[in-house]
Design a protein around this ligand. Sequence first.
Ligand code: FAD
Length: 287
Amino acid sequence: MFPPRFDYRAPRSLEEALALLAELGREARPLAGGQSLIPLLKLRAARPSCLVDLRYLGLDALGEEDGRLVVGATVTHAALERSPLVRDRYPLLHDAACVIADPLVRNLGTVGGSAAHADPAGDWGPVLLAARPVLVAAGPAGEREIPAEGFFVGSFETALAPEELLVRVVFPRRARGGGAYHKLRRRVGDFATVGVAVDLALDEAGAIEHCGIGMSGVGLSYVRAAKAEEHLRGRRPDRAALRRAAEIAAEEVHPVSDHRGSARYKRELVRVFTLRGLERSLERASA
Ligand SMILES: Cc1cc2nc3c(=O)[nH]c(=O)nc-3n(C[C@H](O)[C@H](O)[C@H](O)COP(=O)(O)OP(=O)(O)OC[C@H]3O[C@@H](n4cnc5c(N)ncnc54)[C@H](O)[C@@H]3O)c2cc1C
């Protein structure tokens, strides 16, 4: 199947790209890895008259700055998968990058494209909800910071305005922190039946200081297990507390039955993956 005819622009600077988006309005769509947008064009689910390629804007930096991890919007899933820094210090991101689709998609698909696309079965959404980075958008009026909790507005909907670009995602590095991502997919390359991201950090006395739990595949958008997080905050991470938090997370979600699994099965996956995620995060935080 071929996409409809479109104009293609490849600006060489962020300013040029933003000017094009402002000039063309809803007729234009940013193009990152094309792994979601091109299939949408082929299905006629999107009909922009112009694609604005983001590949030449220098948005592919990946590294630590002032103790935080800065991930440029066009950093690919594969770059995160292969980065020793990410593997050693940000294991939640590494876990997720390794289980997205297949190597072909990971080589082209980007973190910014995934966040902007906001597919409720995607893997970056739960990771962002758990790790609580700041997403930086650039638009005609300059840059603005959007906290992860406010970025996803609904199914395939974000807080980005049409004339804005997501330019980078900035992750905090937490002392005594650890994270983990668990995903069930029916076959290699599939989207998640359920995905659960956990990010936690301990205080100096060993109690849980930060806990983030994000999920995909269990709602119309990504879901945060806010009550389970609240249950753990300030507690010592003993087995009973972790088990109870996993049960609360399962009670908080309202999945629907579909071709990937029944609602009951998905709820049970949330419980099991939350417990595994908490245990693995704790191991990593204590290492
Ligand atoms: C076979 C297959 C299997 C897949 N499996 C998975 C999976 O298991 N898990 C998963 O999470 N994903 C999966 N994906 C999706 C993949 O991760 C894509 O990479 C991702 O959803 C979109 O990233 P992209 O860079 O390709 O964005 P594009 O397809 O280029 O763009 C997606 C959307 O975001 C917009 N956009 C892109 N970048 C920006 C930006 N910087 N600022 C503002 N808007 C922007 C575009 O205009 C478009 O609307 C799969 C895709 C395929 C084809």
